[in-house]
Design a protein around this ligand. Structure first.
Ligand code: FPP
Length: 241
């Protein structure tokens, strides 16, 4: 069953009153999920795409406006070539499906990261996918060949090329890939590690964090609601009292 299917319709009574507007997700643990089952790591990634579909649907149904996910980092190229190829093929195949679902649900798709390393055909596909959904209200950002340090360098270099000398926080923020959607309220990381792994480091300055040991392919409604419930209880002060 795919994205936005009836299966995942939420029981509203289980949802807390405060829902984060922007949720970012580090989808970790695909490889370990597969290993635990004696399967190749790639099986974990395939299952990971299914979970991605389901969780995105749950987020928007719950009232989230923007979801940003980490699909492929600037560091993931260090993996065996066969695994890299598999993940990128999954992304390529999934893009068409994703655009259709986004169009139906009013979601604007953005692929964030440095896409210049991809084939011309893939770049064109990413551009077209974005253009087709550019008029829509909700936001889904999929980070591909994304790294926060590279993103900040890219922003600064852009400012330099524009002739800027006295660079402000706003200048940098307005050149980041996320400039149109703002900072995440809640960052969820699955798979048990407690780190950001070069994801949205600038944007995470005042984000709330939710870490869980659950491997990404096993992450479901119960886990998502737990994250939302914890977020709803947080007193966000943004440095104030
Ligand atoms: C983390 O698990 C996942 C990745 C590095 C990338 C792949 C992500 C997906 C397939 C999810 C959805 C993607 C798309 C294209 C919509 P890991 O391999 O780092 O797991 P491990 O830490 O257990 O090795």
């Amino acid at each position: 069953m795919g994205i936005f299917s009836a299966k995942n319709h939420l029981n509203e009574h289980m949802l807390p009153e405060i829902i984060p507007g922007h949720v970012a997700i580090i989808m970790d643990g695909n490889g370990r999920w597969a290993k635990k089952r004696g399967l190749p790591r790639t099986a974990g990634h395939s299952k990971g795409v299914k979970t991605f579909e389901d969780v995105i649907e749950m987020c928007f149904t719950a009232g989230v406006n923007t979801v940003t996910t980490y699909a492929f980092s600037t560091e993931n190229w260090k993996r065996p070539e066969s695994e890299v190829k598999y993940i990128l093929k999954l992304l390529d195949e999934y893009l068409d499906i994703c655009v259709e679902k986004c169009l139906k649900k009013g979601i604007r798709l953005r692929i964030i990261g440095d896409r210049s390393v991809f084939s011309e055909k893939m770049i064109e596909k990413m551009d077209t996918s974005e253009q087709k959904t550019a008029h829509l209200r909700y936001n889904l950002n999929v980070a591909v060949n994304y790294g926060s340090r590279a993103e900040i360098c890219h922003a600064v270099n852009q400012l330099i090329s524009e002739g800027k000398t006295n660079i402000s926080e706003n200048d940098i923020a307005s050149r980041l890939y996320t400039c149109e959607v703002g900072d995440p309220d809640l960052i969820i990381r699955t798979g048990g590690e407690l780190r950001l792994s070069n994801f949205l480091m600038w944007q995470a300055a005042y984000s709330e964090f939710y870490f869980t040991d659950t491997y990404w392919p096993d992450f479901g409604k119960k886990d998502l609601y737990k994250a939302f419930a914890k977020y709803a209880k947080t007193n966000r002060r943004f440095g104030g009292l």
